[in-house]
Design a protein. Structure first.
Length: 462
């Protein structure tokens, strides 16, 4: 399997090189040159496997340059850190299957990919006798999961930017209470989009990127998306065995387009997905794109689901590549237009294709609280606000033709304020969060300026 950039300037590189490159050197995002397709029999057989073995089978299709024994060891170690034996168990509540992706070290779906990526980075750096400085931006969950994936690891320093005062208190504490010497938390005086723009600009300076051996843990790294493809196959297999269904729909709360893009890849591989429901909060650029062909910038609104408080979706360029017929020049032009005008235009044919690929709904704060409240009253199950956005979209958009799986992206204890507003009590805290407010903390407040972040990185790089 070889990899190419969405902008056409990089092609023919190996999986290992794609992982270490992160953002392509031409500024694009990396994708496999071909997507393997699986037969109905293959998919049914995969659905019977335990999660680590399923992950090995799927990831092996894309990582042919990693010896099988090494890859299996990396995967087994990654998912041994999860507290549930099924890794991503399913809960059936009120006619909806909830895929619980929050049983990892930081109680969020990002752990599924970042436990694997952290171990993969350490393996590749040791193999090549290299060092790496990871630079990433987070709207909340990616940062803590990335830190948990690489804290204390050899030959790696990690620099995580988060929007100061715009993540949940627990999300912030999960990052800033990690005081390992190789971990640097930077609270940016701006929004997530500001932080992400800084990261992309720094990665776009290829000479600087190479000089300081920068690595990416955001979902711009293909390995992140690949690891998330696995749980679509896992959920389908479990639901099919329970119901005998031929197709399954998925409702995905998303702001950065990475989690639902993983589902899009799974469908291209042959997974019989009836609907991919894209659920957003009031920062609804993606929902507007699907419904109306309107991909235009708006102001970032603070919501009860802060991990989706995003107006520029980092993974959108990957989907644009396919929407433009895998034409790198068309993607370059589209991204230039977006930078200059803050919007993109799409033909009628393209809009029709988008609506074939996705359904979409934007969910307000009031609707989020109402969903948490009503779901708890009906089932006793507590949703976090992001998962509630997905459940609301599933209820409104799934037609009932087949089972629907909603991705539960975070544990409700990470968003206790929102849950308390909805059901008038705090969610139960897992053991990993007990006493977190009293732990030592370390972070730096920094202006939302490229040079400020670049200078900090230079002073602290490994």
């Amino acid at each position: 399997m070889r990899y190419q950039s969405t902008r056409g300037g990089v092609s023919g590189i190996s999986f290992k090189d794609a992982v270490l490159m992160g953002l392509a050197d031409d500024g694009g995002l990396l994708l496999p040159e071909t997507i393997p397709t699986l037969s109905e029999g293959d998919i049914e057989a995969l659905g019977r496997l335990a999660y680590p073995e399923l992950a090995f089978q799927i990831i092996s299709l894309y990582a042919g340059d990693v010896p099988s024994a090494d890859l299996k060891s990396l995967i087994d170690r990654s998912y041994a850190t999860f507290t549930h034996p099924d890794v991503t168990p399913l809960a059936h509540q009120d006619g909806i299957y909830i895929l619980e992706l929050f049983h990892g070290p930081t109680l969020a779906f990002k752990d599924v990919a970042l436990q694997f990526l952290g171990n993969l980075f350490e393996y590749l750096l040791a193999e090549r006798d290299q060092k790496m400085n990871i630079l990433g931006a987070t709207s909340g969950d990616t940062g803590s999961a990335a830190i948990a994936g690489v804290r204390g690891k050899q030959n790696i320093n990690i620099f995580i930017l988060h929007p100061h005062g715009k993540v949940s208190p627990i999300q912030e504490l999960q990052m800033t209470t990690v005081t390992d010497a190789n971990v640097f938390n930077l609270a940016v005086e701006g929004t997530f989009d500001d932080a992400q723009a800084i990261v992309k600009e720094i990665f776009g300076d290829v000479a600087f990127k190479n000089q300081y051996a920068l690595g990416a843990v955001n979902s711009i790294n293909w390995a992140r998306v690949l690891a998330q493809v696995v749980y679509y196959f896992y959920a389908f297999g479990r639901v099919q065995r329970l119901t005998g269904c031929r197709e399954v729909s998925f409702s995905v709360p998303t702001g950065n387009f990475g989690d639902i893009f993983a589902g899009y890849i799974a469908r291209r591989m042959g997974l019989p997905i009836h609907q991919l429901i894209l659920a957003t909060n009031e920062n609804n650029i993606l929902a507007r794109f699907v419904r109306d062909g309107d991909y235009s910038l708006g102001e970032v609104v603070a919501t009860l689901s802060p991990s989706m408080d995003i107006q520029i979706a980092s993974n959108f360029e990957r989907y644009l590549f396919y929407l433009h017929g895998e034409d790198g020049n068309a993607v370059i032009q589209a991204m230039a237009d977006f930078r200059q005008q803050g919007r993109l235009e799409f033909t009628v044919t393209q809009q029709e294709r988008v609506r074939e690929d996705f359904a979409a709904l934007s969910v307000s704060n009031e609707q989020t609280l109402d969903t948490i409240r009503s779901f708890h009253e009906q089932t006793g199950y507590v949703l976090d606000p992001h998962t509630a956005v997905g459940v609301r979209a599933a209820r409104e958009l799934s037609g009932g033709e087949c089972p629907v799986v909603c991705l539960a992206t975070a544990h409700p204890a990470k968003f206790g304020d929102a849950v308390r507003q909805a059901i008038s009590k705090d969610p139960k805290r897992p053991a990993s969060l007990e006493g977190i407010e009293d732990r030592p903390k370390r972070s730096e407040i920094i202006p939302a300026e490229v040079n400020a972040v670049r200078d900090f990185l230079v002073k602290n790089a490994c």
